[in-house]
Ligand binder design. Structure first.
Ligand code: MN
Length: 222
């Protein structure tokens, strides 16, 4: 009996292990590292509750299906054929994994020379770029994201998506590689900023990880 129980538990654990295909990358800084721009409580709830929810629900939804063997990018590329649950949670997992790397406690990181040149050519100046992407975020009605995307033609484009959609999805209006993403869901800022989403969008630049955005840009235009 004891042996049976042990076997059953072991099998159950093994089954959970197999189906838990995707997981969260540890946050690369402390919850309170971005205080002043993003408060510790928001970071903790965002990472341990909201983002954890997306990956858990994604793993549940794909358990026992062929999607278990696919990469997240691959799943997003044919998302129009999948359920809304998979669309929301696969997008949610991808977007948040990217978002944590968009932020840093390191002060005054700067876009690389190559990215600066592309931003100046496309948006006139870095300040104007910030204004335009913040506007894309502020104009997003309801929950969603503001993005800087490298298109298949290697051009920079600002876009925004609803819910947890992104430009890797086959249903996206603007397709390409997201290199900068700003979460404009209320859960990303409400505890500190309440209805003042514009203040969140202006404070985010103090903790933006331009090194990471530049790295993503350079790999997307290769
Ligand atoms: Mn979020």
């Amino acid at each position: 009996m004891k042996v049976f129980k042990f076997t059953a538990v072991a099998l159950l654990m093994a089954a959970q292990f197999v189906s838990a295909q995707f997981k969260q990358t540890p946050l690369p800084y402390a919850y309170n590292a971005l205080e002043g721009s993003v408060d510790a409580q928001t970071m903790e709830i965002h990472y341990t509750k909201h983002a954890a929810g997306y990956v858990n629900n994604l793993n549940k939804a794909i358990a026992g299906t062929p999607l278990e063997k696919e990469s997240l990018e691959k799943i997003l590329s044919h998302i129009s054929k999948e359920s809304t649950t998979i669309r929301n949670n696969a997008g949610g997992h991808y977007n948040h994994e990217l978002f944590w790397t968009m932020l840093t406690a390191e002060k005054n990181t700067q876009p690389s020379d190559k990215l600066t040149k592309a931003i100046n050519e496309t948006f006139e100046s870095l300040d104007n770029f910030k204004k335009e992407i913040s506007k894309a975020g502020a104009d997003r009605f309801g929950s969603g994201w503001a993005w800087l995307v490298v298109t298949p033609q290697k051009k920079l484009v600002i876009t925004s998506t609803a819910n947890q959609d992104n430009s890797l999805m086959d249903i996206a209006e603007v397709k390409g590689t997201p290199i900068l993403g700003i979460d404009v869901w209320e859960h990303a800022y409400y505890l500190k900023y309440q209805n003042k989403g514009a203040d969140y969008l202006s404070a985010i630049w103090n903790v933006l990880n331009w090194k990471e955005v530049s790295k993503r840009y350079e790999s997307a235009v290769k």
